[in-house]
Ligand binder design. Structure first.
Ligand code: PFF
Length: 451
């Protein structure tokens, strides 16, 4: 049976952008910028994207497009032995695990969206109130598991519709909508009195703020934001036609992903400074800082609603992309129907996510290696499995399959400015073969040293 492909020329771009743009861009990026050096962090991050993110992204999409198969079969086809088939399976498992706990965080966001609809998060008068609201929500097991389930059901409906109707159409609607809401928030932020301090924090680098941690976080974030190391981009690449241009498809996605993260920061920092809050509030920045900000603004009800709608949409298109590799595997290899595969993966990810959803509500003494279940699974997956998956993909492409074949495959398709550019050739060759694998190795080792 011919492999289903993206319906439109830009189907891949929208779906891959939908995957890349998620909680990492809108929730995580601003808080790590706030915590690790403002504009200086952004410069380091952009360098990491160029040196690691883009080369690994291109490699994964190329593996998928070349093999036209799910990650396990694709890795096996290029690597020609059991080790590489096993590596492909490893990336599929990583995607599945990500989907189990990503949905828990997305459930919190959905909980905030529902609360925003009922006007519950736009009338806080103190930081304590906002903080308590967040703590009550995540520590209430019925809320935490209920919204995790609710979110998973939304993913189920999108995924069951399949590659063309679900992944492609869903993202075609969501990505532009997201851009639109962000731009509206940026305009609100920059027109507030006092917002210029936030703008200069965000745009004027202060190099003295850079520390070794800045690099570590910038590298790690470049990886996570492009959904690398867990089969998603291999799978999405497999829905490209053999003659579809790799660069024409990948470059816009990396651009959109970066643009949305930068816009998210541009929306948040002017507001944070305008109302006199600290930029380094850390992880809770979005969850209990912004509702406080919304409560102080005229039109805060609408802003809160728009903001959490935006976050939910972004999380939805990322979550479905984390589930798709296993679904594609079950369809390709086990010959299951799409609907059966989707329901199995959705139920599995939901059940696996339940202990993570309970992590904040059950007795905190219930820990392993000093971490609750949520922290443990996200640590193992994001700090170990994801870098390893991306590392395996780029080694497979550059060192096992061979850089000559890889570069020829990158050039396949219509000739254009990027493909024929000598600088691009040098950049791809050096970063894919040497720079990215070495830097991934450093992140990987660092993640062990850090704990
Ligand atoms: N790229 C997503 C984000 O920016 O939030 C994170 C992510 C989601 C990575 C799902 C991987 C994934 F499967």
């Amino acid at each position: 049976m011919a492999r289903v492909t993206w319906k439109s020329k830009i189907g891949f771009i929208f779906a891959a952008a939908g995957s890349a743009v998620g909680l990492a861009n809108i929730w995580r990026f601003p808080y790590i910028v706030g915590k690790y050096g403002g504009a200086a962090f952004i410069c380091v991050y952009l360098a990491c994207l160029l040196l690691i993110g883009l080369p690994v992204f291109i490699s994964e999409v190329l593996i998928g497009r070349t093999a036209q198969k799910n990650p396990r079969s694709a890795f096996k086809e290029l690597g020609k032995n059991k080790f590489w088939a096993g590596s492909g399976t490893f990336t599929i498992i990583t995607g599945f695990l990500i989907s189990s706990f990503y949905s828990v965080v997305a459930g919190w966001v959905l909980g905030y969206l529902v609360s925003a609809i009922f006007g519950q998060i736009s009338h806080f008068t103190s930081a304590d109130q906002a903080q308590n609201f967040f703590i009550n929500l995540v520590s209430n097991p019925v809320w935490a598991v209920g919204f995790h389930l609710f979110f998973m059901c939304l993913c189920f409906f999108l995924l069951v519709a399949g590659v063309r109707k679900g992944l492609e159409r869903g993202s075609e609607i969501m990505v532009p909508f997201l851009l639109f809401i962000l731009i509206a928030l940026v305009i609100c932020g920059v027109t507030m009195p006092g917002s210029h301090v936030g703008l200069s924090f965000y745009l004027k680098p202060d190099w003295s703020l850079i520390t070794p941690t800045t690099f570590l976080f910038a590298l790690g974030h470049a990886f996570f934001t492009l959904s690398l190391g867990q089969g998603t981009m291999v799978t999405y690449g497999s829905y490209l036609g053999k003659k579809d241009s790799i660069l024409n498809n990948c470059l816009p996605v990396a651009f959109i992903d970066t643009l949305i993260a930068l816009l998210a920061g541009l929306a948040i920092f002017p507001i944070v400074f305008a109302v006199g809050l600290k930029p380094d509030a850390g992880e809770p920045l979005v969850f209990y800082t912004l509702p406080l900000v919304f409560s102080q603004l005229k039109g805060g009800y609408i802003l809160a609603l728009l903001f959490f709608l935006l976050l939910t949409l972004a999380a939805l298109t990322s979550q479905i992309s984390a589930m798709e590799p296993l679904i594609a595997y079950l369809i390709d290899e086990k010959k299951w129907k799409r609907s059966t595969s989707v329901i199995t993966v959705a139920m599995g990810a939901f059940l696996f996510g339940v202990p993570a959803a309970f992590s904040n509500s059950i007795d905190p003494r219930f820990t392993l290696f000093g971490m609750n279940f949520f922290d443990l699974i996200s640590y193992v997956v994001l700090e170990i499995m994801v870098p390893l998956g991306g590392f395996l993909a780029i080694i497979l492409l550059a060192w096992k399959w061979g850089m000559k074949k890889a570069y020829k495959a990158i050039k396949a398709g219509p000739s254009n400015f990027w493909v024929d550019n000598a600088f691009m050739k040098g950049y791809l060759w050096v970063t894919i073969k040497y720079v990215a694998p070495i830097l991934i190795g450093i992140i990987f080792l660092q993640s062990f040293i850090r704990r």
